[in-house]
Design a protein around this ligand. Sequence first.
Ligand code: FCB
Length: 455
Amino acid sequence: MGTEFPDGFTWGVATSAYQIEGGRYQDGKGESIWDRFADTGRMPSSGDVACDHFHRWREDIALMAELGVTAYGFSTAWTRIIPDGYGDVNQAGLDFYGRLVDELLRNGIAPWLTLYHWDLPQALEDRGGWLNRETVDHFVRYADVVSRALGDRVKHWITHNEPWVAAHLGYGIGVFAPGISDFGSALTAGHHLLLSHGRAVPAIRSNSSAAQLGIALDCRPSRPASDDPEDVATNRVHDGFRNRWFFDPVFGKGYPADVTALCDERQVFKDAGLPFLRAGDLDEIAEPVDFLGLNYYTSVEIRAGDEDGMEVVLPAGPDQPAGYTEMGWEITPEALTSYLGHLHSEYAPAAIVITENGASYSAGPASDGVVRDLKRIDYLDDHIRAAGEALDAGVPVAGYFVWSFLDNLEWVTGYGQRFGLVWVDYATGQRIPKESYHWYRRVIAEGLPDQTSLL
Ligand code: FCB
């Protein structure tokens, strides 16, 4: 018998603003760090047009309605709403999201709004970005502005998406915007991201009293390559920098002591300790949330000598060995089950929502126009089952969002990596629901089949 997902379980799809919207110069939008990153040749393609969702949003919502999802996870672009991040509010930008939210609600789809999916206003980056503590205040004001305008209709809020990525890929190794490479800066940026989360939560609650609030943390569960004590120790360090550094403070445990000791030992900062940490910060970061958002794609094996927590698995395109997606990510659904169990026992969040899970496969329309993305179906089937196993074991898994609704701009890897349930023809903007879309529609309507075996 497969898992029965309870009534009221949230079935969703997710996207983010920069990856789908386009409309870069529309209605007074300001420049973000990703616009700048693209303009300065750090990406193969820009999000200037992307999926042109800025113009096609009605059509996109109609496709979601047909899919039968109960929720849509999307992000608002800070630069549409406050173009420079700190100055005047741009009403036209707020109105765009107001129309989107209304149309979702008309279709019975709950909007799950993420405030920050990495697209910091460039004008704030010019003042130091997430390295500048003042950015925390600007973020809280932005959260206040958006929740004042939409809090009557939006009942699910996520402050940040994947702060590890924003901090470490953006400020630690510089492969993502804004392109800064300094480990101490990654820790500083990460702290300010977390602090802005903790401070935004009460601001949103005061504007939207019945709202459910959370943060979406990414994770890279890891396992030591062997029982060799050195592999085991390195794995612990990896887990510390990559996972515990974010989960621990959000759930009131502060920054992990073994990892801060390592920072001292390695002299990440000239003087010992964490110079960005001020009295009271950890209490603010630990502001209670209603759910933990978990973004899960893969897990990794760690051996002695592996760089601490900084593994970036670069995409190697369509010729991956069996067991890997086209991002070069290993397919490990069993690690989702065990990680959910671990989060439940370690942090006991009231609910865990899988806010992103999905796979990149480039299968496109065959001559009959059908997109037979069977590998994606297999991946999703395995992971939904894995989440179901955790649910059966007592973990309060409350929802699941497929990344992504549409093929979209996969950041620095461009448009070649396709995660969508819906194919996008970038030349024409045409949308074609893939076989995985039809499969997911049946899962939502009827539950998982007893067995899915397609390959
Ligand atoms: C996550 C991001 C999302 C997308 C997927 C594949 O890390 O949140 O925007 O890029 O990975």
